[in-house]
Design a protein around this ligand. Sequence first.
Ligand code: XMP
Length: 326
Amino acid sequence: TWTTTNVVEEQIALIREQVGTKRAICGLSGGVDSAVAAALVQKAIGSQLTCVYVDHGLMRKGESEQVEKDFVASTGVQLKVVDAEERFLKALAGVSDPEQKRKIIGREFIRVFEQAQAELVAEAGAAGEDVAFLVQGTLYPDVVESGGGTGTANIKSHHNVGGLPEDIEFQLVEPLRQLFKDEVRMVGQELGLPEEIVQRQPFPGPGLGIRIVGEVTKERLDLLREADAIAREELTAAGLDRDIWQCPVVLLADVRSVGVQGDGRTYGHPIVLRPVSSEDAMTADWSRLPYEVLAKISTRITNEVADVNRVVLDVTSKPPGTIEWE
Ligand code: XMP
């Protein structure tokens, strides 16, 4: 019979058999899948696993701390954190085009992650150990979509780290391959992961970088982080987290409008709220949130976030609008 306890026990046995006495690496994104996969592998092989978290500076308020503190505390995992904020901001400077932003963020992410990986392989090698496995949070729908093969990941190293071979070949460990998203959440809960990680709504890999319409700068990210945190706080307080699929909060950095605040005229930026309901993100409808909740979010954002003097609601379904603005 299918129970989360059975799934956990079965996977732990399989992971132990696959990895043996070798070492494994797992990249954490802050999302549910990589967190649950890492927690399962940690339970199976303990200190033979090292996780890597690339902090690109585009996460929402408190999310990096969630990975660095709460996830580590609840699993005991060994974590290597790479603070790459400056590098990402530099690479994004002057760029407004959405596709170009995505490309830059993706490219930098792979470079930073591979460098961290190569360092771990070199360190383990110096200790006479062998890093042979890469853990991935592949789910059943991903398997079906990609035709079902298991594979190896061929990681090209762009950086010369202490005489490593040019290409490091890893075997994949994919303990969630038979599971759907809701089952992954149940497994995560069984493993004792924090609720905020297990129940996390979808969040794009490029993070807030694609929720600033215009150039991405540190100041704009900080501003958006504040506005987003307020929206999330109020949606949670109103008990609406399970009712909506996600609620992107977007900064229109290149738009200004006139307002009046305190004793004077302001010329600030609008924040867009984009709450949506969806089954699978392929199509979506705008969520009919209670007016009181919208009012509270709007009042708080304009009062508490400097340079924002207007909050607007996106009432477009998908299609024609995508969920994200970029
Ligand atoms: P769109 O905007 O295409 O978004 O309607 C559909 C879903 O995908 C998420 N999304 C992404 N997720 N990397 C991701 O991991 C991305 O580049 C990306 N772009 C969009 C979006 O948040 C929504 O859930």
